[in-house]
Design a protein around this ligand. Structure first.
Ligand SMILES: C[S@@+](CC[C@H](N)C(=O)[O-])C[C@H]1O[C@@H](n2cnc3c(N)ncnc32)[C@H](O)[C@@H]1O
Length: 334
């Protein structure tokens, strides 16, 4: 179980436990056995694998934060802007005098974020355990509204500087175009054609470049686990007339359909940790979803050991380019 979640739940079960509330909203929701006994807790979880875990635990979920609550809990991700935006969202959805409870690993800057919330709320308490920190504040007349107003500007859509691309804090590569994806885009052969899938499509950069550079592409299906990134992709790709499918989906569970071309800049992190197996799972899924003679075009950090997966999947692969950081592996299904 996520140690930050265990630490968060200690706030409601330790020696000086806060009472379990009648109703609570949980941003970045992850299931915990104790939550089964809470009268009402509604989760918001943009990352599909975790949303599935939450649903499978029989808990209620909403697609975006809504309503007013006496308690808002949060388990933020790795991005500073996302964490501050989530503090603002939490406050926007609190009843007067309500409480924000957040938890995060020490290595993700828990101490720094506790100070930020303390400055904004004018009060703070915290619990430390499991190399994580849970901290909570009441939002009442001690609060500094100007700080929350500032954080409100981080909520929702932003534009990447000097581009027309729409992003949101917390999605992959929200500050700039990813250098690996840019490297792949520069090497996309103009003759690619037919039905294409983009696995781990993010906010749509690779598909955008594909549709700009490859006029014979007939349709694209984007598969992406982060619902916020997928929503940004809808905006970023709306100018194209080809049919585009948007799938909020955990690629590691497999995809349906058969494709002439599959593009991917596979993820290699789960939460804070490096997870090469996730990238490997993407390649295995891509191999099964390719038509015979279909093409897989992949960009990866140079040190990631993907060649062995391509080899054992029976693909004819070659390294078409590399630079100091990335390599491009192209493969054909025989
Ligand atoms: C390296 S990024 C590439 C994003 C995008 N193609 C780009 O070029 O900006 C990998 C993407 O995979 C997504 N992802 C992570 N785990 C996933 C999963 N299990 N299923 C589908 N997408 C996933 C991440 O949210 C992220 O957007």
């Amino acid at each position: 179980m996520n140690p930050a979640l265990e630490t968060l739940m200690l706030v409601f079960s330790g020696e000086e436990a806060l009472p379990v509330p009648d109703r609570a909203l949980f941003l970045g929701a992850e299931p915990h056995p104790d939550l089964a006994n809470w009268p009402q807790v509604i989760g918001y979880q943009p990352f599909k694998p975790k949303a599935t875990e939450w649903d499978n635990a029989g808990l209620s979920r909403i697609e975006s934060p809504a309503g007013k609550w006496p308690l808002v809990m949060l388990l933020p991700g790795k991005s500073k802007d996302e964490t501050l935006a989530w503090f603002a969202i939490a406050r926007n959805h609190l009843e007067p005098g309500g409480m924000i409870v957040a938890a995060m690993p020490n290595t993700a800057g828990a101490g720094r974020f506790e100070k930020e919330l303390s400055k904004a709320a004018g009060n703070i308490h915290s619990v430390q355990k499991n190399k994580c920190r849970a901290f909570y504040a009441t939002i009442d007349d001690r609060c500094n509204p100007a700080i929350f107003e500032n954080w409100n500007s981080l909520i929702g859509r932003q534009t990447i500087a000097n581009t027309h691309f729409t992003v949101e804090a917390g999605v992959f590569s929200s500050g700039h175009v990813d250098a690996g994806s840019e490297f792949l885009a520069q090497h996309l052969p103009a003759h690619l054609r037919g039905k294409v899938a983009d696995l781990g499509a993010g906010w749509g950069y690779l598909t955008h470049e594909l549709l700009e550079r490859c006029p014979k592409v007939e349709s694209v299906d984007l598969f992406e686990a982060d619902s916020r990134a997928l929503d940004c992709a809808r905006t970023n790709l709306r100018k194209f007339s080809q049919p585009i499918g948007y799938h909020w989906h955990d690629v590691s569970t497999g995809i349906s359909g058969e494709y002439d071309v599959i593009l991917s800049n596979p993820p290699f992190h789960t939460g804070q940790a490096t997870d090469v197996d996730l990238g490997r799972a993407f390649l295995t899924v891509a191999t099964s979803a390719l038509k015979r003679s279909g093409k897989l075009l992949l960009v990866a950090n140079r040190q990631l050991p993907y060649e062995a997966v391509l080899q054992s999947s029976g693909l004819a692969w070659r390294k078409v380019a590399e630079n100091e950081t990335f390599k491009l592996l192209f493969a054909d299904k025989r």
